[in-house]
Design a protein around this ligand. Structure first.
Ligand SMILES: NC(=O)c1ccc[n+]([C@@H]2O[C@H](COP(=O)([O-])OP(=O)(O)OC[C@H]3O[C@@H](n4cnc5c(N)ncnc54)[C@H](OP(=O)(O)O)[C@@H]3O)[C@@H](O)[C@H]2O)c1
Length: 334
């Protein structure tokens, strides 16, 4: 089997670390791993298959001989350095938002639209973490019943904002319990014992950038600009795992909710966890570290003949980032 030189840009971040763990756990055919970060972390090490590998500083010449370059160091880094990687002959799989809506860049969740990988021009975008798990749950519904309109409210964990946000939730929780003041650095408001209905900056239409990402990326991945979608994205004091309350107005009413459960459970990457009598439904704390996206609280929408309600949970660092990126690389190899 061929083996590949794989660079991870942002190797010391939460997504970068998860990328390296995922490459190892899935036994991705890595010949050489090149962990890259800023000058701040150059010289530190990451562990891969039992070896300590030294992190190098990202430069324009970092990509010589690289087959796959997995980027997760922020949009401006991807904007500047992805073209150098492509020029060196590497395929870029980008976790940032920078290229996602570019017309000539496929935006891919392999279980949903692997066909979009064909004809890529060297850069493939990974969707926003809250979009990846959403489209997985929507795709089987879209194919079987058609979708008219989607209303989403998210409950997103702090790991979605990177390592400093994880530290902020921890430090702020300790400070609060000890009656000490803590000045937020990452978020606009205290995150411990709170919920913040703002993720990213506000746009002129009153939506946040995160909400517009979910709306636009979902249409691109499902290849349907006519979908009516609205979203409210909320940060909650959870370390790992994004949850979503999703109301879907279908084009046709399903015969039964058991039919919907069977349909979702059979779809690759999805698991149904839905047993109200035993209070069984997905929660982020219990599902952190899992690869699948979980769906529960399935029911007909009482207010709308063709509507259904569902609760969708996934590990944002896995399906929302690292796992999906590695699955894209696997799909390219296959
Ligand atoms: N967290 C998620 O759930 C998630 C999901 C999907 C996509 N993403 C995207 O992935 C990216 C990284 O997110 P994260 O959560 O992993 O952030 P993070 O924990 O803050 O890590 C950022 C990484 O980028 C590196 N970096 C920063 N500035 C750099 C520079 N000038 N040159 C080279 N490397 C630099 C950092 O290296 P140093 O150690 O040297 O600072 C670190 O490795 C973001 O664009 C984010 O939007 C995140």
């Amino acid at each position: 089997m061929s083996k590949y030189v794989v660079a991870v840009v942002g190797a010391t971040g939460v997504v970068g670390k998860e990328l390296i763990e995922t490459l190892e756990a899935r036994n991705f055919p890595v010949k050489t791993l090149i962990p890259l970060a800023s000058a701040r972390s150059a010289g530190s090490t990451v562990s891969f298959h039992g070896a300590d590998i030294v992190v190098a500083e990202l430069t324009e010449t970092s990509f010589e001989g690289v087959d796959y370059a997995l980027f997760s160091a922020g949009g401006s880094i991807s904007e500047t350095f992805a073209p150098f990687a492509v020029k060196s002959g590497a395929i870029v799989i980008d976790n940032t938002s920078h290229f996602r809506m570019h017309e000539d860049v496929p935006l891919v969740v392999p279980e949903v639209n692997a066909h979009a990988l064909k004809g890529n021009k060297g850069i493939i975008a990974n969707p926003n973490c809250s979009t990846a798990q959403l489209v997985l749950a929507l795709k089987p519904l879209y194919d079987s019943y058609g979708i008219e309109r989607i209303v989403i409210s998210t409950y997103q964990s702090v790991s979605g904002s990177g390592k400093e946000a994880i530290e902020e939730l921890e430090a702020h929780s300790r400070a609060s319990l000890n009656g000490r003041h803590y000045e937020p650095k990452v978020y606009q408001h205290p995150i411990a014992f709170n919920v913040i209905p703002q993720i990213d900056v506000f746009e002129d239409n009153g939506y946040t950038k995160e909400e517009m990402k979910m709306i636009n990326e979902t249409k691109k991945i499902l290849e349907d600009d006519s979908l009516k979608i609205t979203a409210t994205t909320v940060r909650v004091p959870v370390f790992i795992g994004h949850s979503e309350s999703v109301n879907v107005q279908l084009k046709r009413r399903p015969e039964s909710m058991d039919e919907v459960r069977a349909l979702l459970d059979a779809f690759p990457g999805l698991s149904v966890m839905d047993n109200p009598e035993k209070s069984e439904y997905p929660t982020p704390r219990e599902l952190a570290g899992k690869d699948d996206t979980y769906v529960g609280r399935l029911r007909y929408d009482l207010s709308e003949e063709t509507g259904i309600e569902m609760w969708v949970v996934a590990d944002n660092l896995r399906k929302g980032a690292a796992l999906n990126a590695v699955q894209i690389a696997e799909a390219l190899i296959a």
